[in-house]
Design a protein around this ligand. Structure first.
Ligand SMILES: Cc1cc2nc3c(=O)[nH]c(=O)nc-3n(C[C@H](O)[C@H](O)[C@H](O)COP(=O)(O)O)c2cc1C
Length: 189
């Protein structure tokens, strides 16, 4: 993998605990990783976990660290080669589909020029939530808008259901990021 500046957006799903391993693997491969977290995400895993792994501040509060000339979300959005939102909640899908920007993750997305910087979503939720018409509608519309939306996997869920809605494992997400970066680099050559 070519070294890149990768954003990992985390919204409030139980699969958030799996993202620490992905972030560590990306850092170990020489990438600079900025982690963005919604308030709900910080209830599942602490920002300290990610600031320790990345050796960088976590963007978990859009009202903090504001540089007078350049709000933090704009600076981060412009610096990224790619943003992966994993887990991407049912709520985050709805927000992104409606262009809402009231948390650190959706706010950074709002400032990304997606012709230059791909945004990849990894929806993860209970199987009934995944099948809701609203979820399916939001996924279809986000794809139409040019977001890459990964398929969720079938299997055991933390809510003790078995079905569609599991987030792909860390190694799959790592390969998705690697592939997206190499496609982006070949297109810009
Ligand atoms: C224990 C628990 C687990 C949850 N897991 C998920 C999940 O896996 N996926 C999901 O879409 N929502 C899940 N939720 C609901 C979200 O946390 C909730 O919709 C929250 O408002 C999402 O906020 P965010 O999208 O700003 O991060 C869970 C809630 C709780 C209390």
């Amino acid at each position: 993998m070519q070294h890149a500046h990768i954003g990992i957006g985390i919204s409030g799903g139980i699969a958030a605990y799996k993202i620490a391993g992905l972030v560590s693997a990306l850092v170990q491969n020489g990438n600079t990783v900025d982690v963005l977290m919604t308030e709900a995400a910080t209830r599942f895993v602490t920002p300290l976990t990610f600031s320790s792994l990345t050796a960088r501040p976590v963007f978990d509060n859009q009202w903090a660290h504001i540089d007078g000339h350049e709000p933090q979300h704009i600076k981060i959005a412009q610096s990224l080669s790619l943003l992966l939102i994993a887990p991407c909640t049912m709520d985050m899908l709805a927000k992104l589909n409606h262009g809402r920007t009231d948390d650190p993750v959706s706010l950074v997305v709002s400032a990304i020029d997606r012709e230059k910087t791909p945004v990849i979503l990894a929806p993860s939720m209970n199987t009934v939530m995944m099948k809701q018409p609203a979820t399916q509608r939001n996924i279809a519309m986000l794809k139409d808008d040019g977001f890459t939306v990964l398929d969720s996997e079938y299997g055991w869920q933390a809510c003790r259901a078995v079905g569609e809605g599991r987030m792909p494992e860390q190694n799959v997400l790592f390969d998705v990021v690697k592939e997206a970066l190499s496609t982006k680099n070949s297109l810009s050559c």
